[in-house]
Design a protein around this ligand. Structure first.
Ligand SMILES: NC(=O)C1=CN([C@@H]2O[C@H](COP(=O)(O)OP(=O)(O)OC[C@H]3O[C@@H](n4cnc5c(N)ncnc54)[C@H](OP(=O)(O)O)[C@@H]3O)[C@@H](O)[C@H]2O)C=CC1
Ligand SMILES: O=C(CO)[C@H](O)[C@H](O)COP(=O)(O)O
Length: 464
C-alpha cells in the first residue's frame, strides 16, 4: 500500500478541519490522536464521520502513524500550545530522521518555537513554526498560513501548504515563507493582537450604540458598513451575532460579559513593551478583557451608581462610522510597527506587503483595509509615511472626538477608541510633557537628561 504524503497529529477543532481540507485537495493523509481514557474513540469517530474520504488513514499509535508516512516525513502538529508541544516532540523524536519536517501549526510562543527549531536543527530535523488563522471554518475551507523556519524546509512543504490555504483576490495562496526560526509564530501572535483590538472596537461600538438602538438596528448598521471600505470578517460575524436568536431571545443578550483569552494578546503586548513599540490599542484591548473578568466586583461597585433617567446622547452613525475607520487604521499601523521593529531586532527579513497580502483572506483579521495596507506597504514600511493616510486620519479626527465626548457623557468605557486617539495625538505632537518625566527622574535618581539646546550626545544632571 502506498504511504501517506502528509501526517496530522491532533484531531481537535483545527486538526480535524485541516485534515479534511488536506484530504479534499487529494493528498494521501495519515492522522493521529492520543487514545487514552476519554480520547479512546477520537480517531475512530473522525474516520466514521468522514467515510467519503478514502485517502485518510487513522492511527492511535505513534509507531503505525510514523510507519504510514513516506520519507522525508511531513508532519503537522495541531495541538494545544505550551508544554504539550514539547511532550509530543519528545514522543516523536526517536522515530524521526534527519530531513524529516515537523510543523507546529498551533499558537505557540515564538520564543518556544525558536528554541525548538534550534534543538531539532542539531539533529537535522526541519522544524517549521507555522501560524495558522481562520478558525474552524478557515481551516476547513482555506486558512491564512504563516510558516517560519528556513526557506529550504518551507520549499519542501510549500506545495501542500499553499494548496490548502485561502486565495487572495488574484488567486494567489494566502501562505508565504515569513522568515527564520520563530518568525511565523511571531507574526501570528501579532495577528491575534490586532484581532483583539478589532474585536474590542466592535464591542465598544455595540456598548455605545445599544444605549439607544436594538440589536437588529445595530446589526443593520454593521451590515451596511460591511458593504464598503470598512468591510471585514469580524464586522460581518458581529452583524450576524447580534441577530441570532434562540426562541425569542437574542443569544448575545444571554452571554455572560466576561471575556476569555488564551494568551496571544498579552504575549503581543509584553513583546511590544520589551522592544519599545507603543501598541496601545491591543494592550488596552487585553486589559479590557481582563477588566471584564472582574464581573462580581463590577456588579458590587456598580451599586454606587444609579442610572440617570434621561435619554442618552449618543453620536450619530456617521460619527461612529468615521471613528471606527480612524481607529482601525491606527490599529493596523501599531500591529505592523511592532512586526517591523521585531524584524530588525531578530534579523528577520519580513515583507510587510506580502504579509498583509496573506492576511487579506482566510484569517480572522481579513478585511478591505488589509487589502489597502498590502498595497501601501509596497512603497513604505510605515503607514504614517503616506501623506494620504495622514490626511485621512486628520479628516477623521473630529468624528472620534465626538464619539469620545459622547462616551464620557454617557459613562461608557471606550478603552480602545481612546487609545487610538491618544496615540495619534501624541504621535503627531512635536512637544510632549516628557521633559517633566526626565526632570523627575533626574531629581530623585540622578538619571540625567538631554537638552533641547545641546547635542543629544550630552547628558546633564541638576542638583535639584
Ligand atoms: N480554535 C481556533 O480558532 C484556533 C486555534 N489555533 C491553535 O491551534 C491549536 C489547536 O487548537 P484547537 O484545535 O482549537 O484545540 P482543541 O482543544 O480543539 O484540540 C487540541 C488538540 O490537542 C491535543 N492535546 C491536548 N492535550 C494534549 C496532550 N497532553 N497530549 C497530546 N495531545 C494533546 C488534543 O487531543 P485530545 O483530543 O486527545 O485531548 C487535541 O487533538 C492551539 O494551539 C490553538 O491555539 C490556531 C488558530 C485558530
Ligand atoms: O488564533 C486564533 C484566531 O486567530 C484563536 O481563535 C485564538 O484562540 C484566539 O485567541 P483568544 O482565545 O485569546 O481570544
Amino acid at each position: 500500500m502506498s504511504k501517506s504524503q502528509f501526517g496530522v497529529i491532533g484531531l481537535g477543532v483545527m486538526g480535524k478541519s485541516l485534515s479534511l481540507n488536506i484530504a479534499e485537495k487529494g493528498f494521501k493523509l495519515s492522522v493521529y490522536n492520543r487514545s487514552e481514557g476519554e480520547e479512546a474513540n477520537v480517531v475512530k469517530d473522525f474516520l466514521n464521520q468522514n467515510t467519503a474520504f478514502n485517502n485518510i488513514s487513522g492511527h492511535t499509535s505513534i509507531d503505525s502513524f510514523i510507519a504510514s508516512l513516506e520519507t522525508p516525513r511531513k508532519i503537522l502538529m495541531m495541538i494545544k500550545a505550551g508544554s504539550v508541544v514539547d511532550a509530543v516532540i519528545k514522543q516523536l523524536e526517536p522515530y524521526l530522521n534527519a530531513d524529516d519536517i515537523l510543523i507546529d501549526g498551533g499558537n505557540s510562543h515564538y520564543l518556544d518555537t525558536k528554541n525548538r527549531y534550534e534543538a531539532l536543527q542539531k539533529k537535522g530535523i526541519h522544524f517549521i513554526g507555522c501560524g495558522i488563522s481562520g478558525g474552524e471554518e478557515g481551516a476547513r475551507k482555506g486558512p491564512s498560513m504563516m510558516p517560519g523556519g528556513n526557506i529550504h524546509s518551507y520549499s519542501l512543504v510549500a506545495p501542500i501548504l499553499e494548496k490548502i490555504s485561502a486565495r487572495d483576490k488574484n488567486n494567489k495562496a494566502c501562505c508565504c515563507f515569513i522568515a527564520n526560526n520563530g518568525a511565523g509564530h511571531f507574526v501570528k501572535m501579532i495577528h491575534n493582537g490586532v484581532e483583539y483590538s478589532e474585536m474590542q472596537l466592535l464591542a465598544e461600538l455595540y456598548a455605545i450604540m445599544s444605549l439607544t438602538m436594538s440589536n437588529e438596528d445595530i446589526s443593520k448598521v454593521f451590515s451596511n458598513w460591511n458593504k464598503g471600505d470598512l468591510s471585514s470578517y469580524l464586522l460581518e460575524i458581529t452583524a450576524n451575532i447580534l441577530t441570532k436568536k434562540e426562541g425569542n431571545t437574542y443569544i448575545v443578550d444571554t452571554i455572560l460579559d466576561k471575556a476569555g483569552n488564551k494568551g496571544t494578546g498579552s504575549w503581543s503586548s509584553k513583546t511590544a513593551l520589551e522592544i519599545g513599540i507603543p501598541t496601545t490599542m491591543m494592550t488596552s484591548a487585553v486589559f479590557a478583557r481582563y477588566l471584564s473578568s472582574f464581573k462580581e466586583k463590577r456588579v458590587q461597585l456598580s451599586q454606587h451608581f444609579t442610572k440617570e433617567n434621561r435619554t442618552p446622547d449618543i453620536p450619530n452613525i456617521k460619527d461612529l462610522e468615521n471613528a471606527y475607520r480612524f481607529a482601525r487604521i491606527i490599529n493596523h499601523q501599531q500591529g505592523f510597527d511592532v512586526i517591523n521593529e521585531a524584524a530588525k531586532a531578530y534579523n528577520w527579513t519580513i515583507n510587510l506587503s506580502e504579509l498583509a497580502r496573506i492576511w487579506t483572506n482566510g484569517c480572522i483579521i481579513r478585511s478591505e483595509l488589509m487589502q489597502q495596507v498590502s498595497e501601501l506597504f509596497k512603497n513604505q514600511t510605515n503607514l504614517f509615511d503616506n501623506i494620504d493616510i495622514i490626511n485621512q486620519l486628520k479628516s477623521l479626527e473630529p468624528y472620534i472626538e465626538e464619539v469620545i465626548k459622547s462616551a464620557i457623557s454617557n459613562r461608557v468605557p471606550l478603552d480602545t477608541f481612546w487609545s487610538s486617539y491618544n496615540y495619534w495625538v501624541s504621535m503627531t505632537s512635536a512637544k510632549l510633557p516628557a521633559n517633566i518625566i526626565q526632570a523627575q527622574r533626574d531629581y530623585f535618581g540622578a538619571h540625567t537628561y538631554q537638552k533641547i539646546d545641546a547635542p543629544l550626545s550630552q547628558f546633564f544632571h541638576t542638583n535639584w
